[in-house]
Design a protein. Structure first.
Length: 229
């Protein structure tokens, strides 16, 4: 399974959703935002190095943290050296080695946003619960369909009371999972942890478990690792 977590614009919480979905689904999370990486980094080869031909994608996956992660570099030089056309092959290599992959996509509709969708077989679209977000979400859904990364779920993020779930389902033609505004999630994100690890009985944690159950096919055998695949 290769899932692209995308959204029509920045600031909707795509990275938070991708990270927490990866934790629940036991997937490798790939930070596919070449210019504005937002997931935890660290030391060692990253996606910039992979796409510049300097590192193997499987060897660049960092195990042992809260979520297995293929991070992206944060330098302009690294972004310039990276050839985004190699992203599909990199994601597929990680899938072969590990199983499920979640790709955190950049915002917008440029080529660097389309390539992660091309690498995916399904899409989770993150939006905020306001009418102004729908036009951007509709354009992103159209791009996902064009690239054969069908829309599996919509995540309405940072919802309050009475989120417009039914209206969004009608507009986007996909089931909706709501993730409420949550101090527990904010604290977990600030410390680089999935909320299911820090506050497993929270409403936000339950939302991510429901999201994973809705898009993840039944497993066949144990998950592979770099050293035991």
């Amino acid at each position: 399974m290769r899932v692209a977590v995308t959204g029509g614009k920045g600031g909707v919480g795509k990275s938070t959703v991708a990270y927490n979905l990866g934790a629940v689904a036991d997937a490798v999370v790939v930070d596919g935002d070449l210019g504005m990486a937002d997931l935890p980094g660290g030391t060692g080869p990253d996606l910039h190095d992979v796409l510049a031909g300097r590192a193997d994608p499987v060897e660049a996956v960092r195990e042992g943290g809260p979520v297995d992660l293929l991070p992206c570099g944060r330098s302009l030089a690294g972004a310039r050296a990276a050839d985004v056309r190699g992203l599909v092959d990199a994601v597929q290599a990680v899938e072969r080695a590990y199983g499920d992959v979640v790709v955190d996509c950049p915002a917008g509709l440029a080529a660097d946003a389309g390539m992660p969708l091309l690498a995916a077989d399904r899409t989770v679209l993150v939006a905020l619960p306001d009418a102004f977000a729908l036009p951007d979400a509709l354009r992103t859904r159209a791009l996902a369909r064009e690239l054969d990364a069908g829309l599996a779920q919509v995540v309405l993020n940072r919802t309050g009371t009475n989120p417009p779930r039914a209206a969004v389902e009608r507009a986007l033609g996909a089931p909706v999972t709501t993730v409420p505004e949550s101090d527990a999630l904010a604290r977990a994100t600030a410390t680089g942890q999935p909320v299911t690890a820090t506050v497993p009985d929270s409403t936000a944690a339950e939302s991510f478990r429901a999201l994973a159950a809705a898009i993840t096919p039944p497993r066949r055998g144990a998950r592979r690792t770099r050293t035991g695949r």
